[in-house]
Design a protein around this ligand. Structure first.
Ligand SMILES: Cc1ncc(COP(=O)(O)O)c(C=O)c1O
Length: 415
């Protein structure tokens, strides 16, 4: 058998020009999306209008109901960002100054930022090296008398290990909130991401499987949290002064309102979200076939009982199984460079545990990356296949076959 020459060393790239030209850029915008936006312009109602019977925003109301139904929750509140959704998820759950909120050491900066916006203190927990989600076994050691809540992140579209998390929350009387920003449509034991805790936040920024541009949701099954968040979302004053909302008048509120144009566009996008997620799942299955017996290269691990929506497809390298002396980030970078030469899109998402960010270091300089060895190792030994422009959940199957071939070629020939 002749050994194929890596494109990096002058061989032909695995991804042909024809396959590269067939890549699908994100987001996909259809004629139906266009018509949805025009419908709002023709209606000339751009935001929620105050009427004697309450606020009137037909696209927003419909989107909220449709999104709640999609994730399997009672209430969804459309807001102008995922960060806003997370903030409301915490504030509506009554989290505030003096409270510590446990969360994953690996997430987007918005997670601890939302905790800080609520006036609380983020406390990080290291990850499970296989799922990249917070490791429930490491939670107990981080609980103090001030611990009030958990904000559990469903990273890369995979639900966290909620069985032990729910049990710990029950034992220690902690409020469970979720950062489900990357996970609409994912499930754990048949329950939708973002519906397992008391409250949650979702994002619909342009990089997400459900991409509207900017925006998000606060989601809950709890009536009290819903009304409270609704009050807090619109500076309070625009809600009809029902008995239900009057009781929240003393609370600080923000302006997290949304516009009708993105809501209409979002409704149209949402009608295709199940299809988008299914494309990601099909592509992940194709790649898993190429990786299942390939030493040194691990496909994302999906525990039993979980359905992932593959917001990101993170590949983990196991250096000891590869024919190379390279280790850690040097191996990862060499692997990524070889894949790039083969015509494969690769990406890094994040670079250090959240504690290391200047925003967190300014508050807690003693909490260094060394405290999160699994997260540090994950960054050094892994990368994401595909990127935000051509994400896995939009790509044709033929491209995934080529990516699978390229992964095998690089793993077997990178010395
Ligand atoms: C895990 C996570 N949390 C929070 C956010 C914040 O969402 P947004 O950018 O819509 O504010 C994002 C998205 O960027 C995210 O990926």
């Amino acid at each position: 058998m002749t050994t194929p020459t890596l494109a990096l060393r002058g061989g032909p790239p695995t991804v042909t020009a024809a396959l590269a030209a067939a890549k699908i850029a994100w987001p996909i915008v259809t004629e139906a999306d266009r018509q949805a936006v025009l419908r709002v312009i023709d209606r000339k109602l751009l935001w929620a209008q105050t009427r004697p019977e309450g606020l009137y925003a037909p696209e927003q109301s419909a989107l909220e109901q449709e999104f709640a139904a999609f994730v399997g929750a009672k209430y969804a509140l459309a807001v102008n960002g995922g960060t806003a959704g997370l903030h409301l998820a915490l504030a509506a759950a009554g989290i505030g100054p003096g409270d510590e909120v446990l969360t994953s050491a690996f997430s987007f900066l918005a997670t601890p930022a939302a905790i800080l916006h609520a006036g609380a203190t983020p406390v990080f927990v290291d990850i499970d090296p296989r799922t990249f989600n917070l490791d429930p076994a490491l939670i107990a050691a981080k609980i103090t008398p001030r611990t009030r809540a958990l904000m559990v992140v469903d990273i890369h579209g995979l639900c966290a290990d909620f069985g032990p998390i729910l049990e710990l929350a029950r034992q220690h009387n902690l409020i469970l909130t979720e950062d489900a920003c990357q996970a609409p449509g994912a499930t754990w034991q048949g329950r939708g991401a973002g519906t397992i805790g008391l409250t949650s936040g979702f994002s619909v920024n342009g990089t997400k499987n459900f991409a509207v541009g900017e925006g998000g949701f606060m989601v809950t099954n709890d009536e009290d949290a819903y009304y409270k968040a609704n009050w807090m979302k619109q500076v309070g004053e625009t809600l009809p002064a029902s008995d239900r909302t009057m009781q929240f008048q003393h609370l600080l509120a923000w302006n997290y309102r949304v516009q009708e144009l993105p809501c209409a566009f979002g409704r149209s996008q949402l009608s295709r979200l199940a299809e988008v997620n299914a494309t990601g799942q099909r592509n992940a299955a194709i790649l898993a076939d190429y990786l299942q017996d390939l030493p040194g290269v691990r496909a994302p691990y999906i525990p039993q009982g979980c359905i992932s929506v593959y917001h990101k497809y993170r590949i983990r390298l196991v250096p000891e199984e590869l024919n190379t002396k390279l280790r850690g980030a040097a191996l990862r970078d060499a692997f990524m460079a070889a894949l790039t030469a083969e015509g494969v899109d690769v990406d890094l998402w994040g670079s250090a545990p959240l504690c290391a960010h200047p925003m967190m270091q300014a508050r807690n300089p003693g909490d260094t990356a060394h405290n999160y060895p699994n997260t540090v190792a994950m960054f050094a030994n892994s990368f994401c296949l595909t990127n935000d422009v051509f994400p896995i959940y939009a790509q044709p199957a033929a491209l995934m076959h080529a990516y699978g071939e390229a992964l095998r070629k690089v793993a077997r020939n990178l010395i």
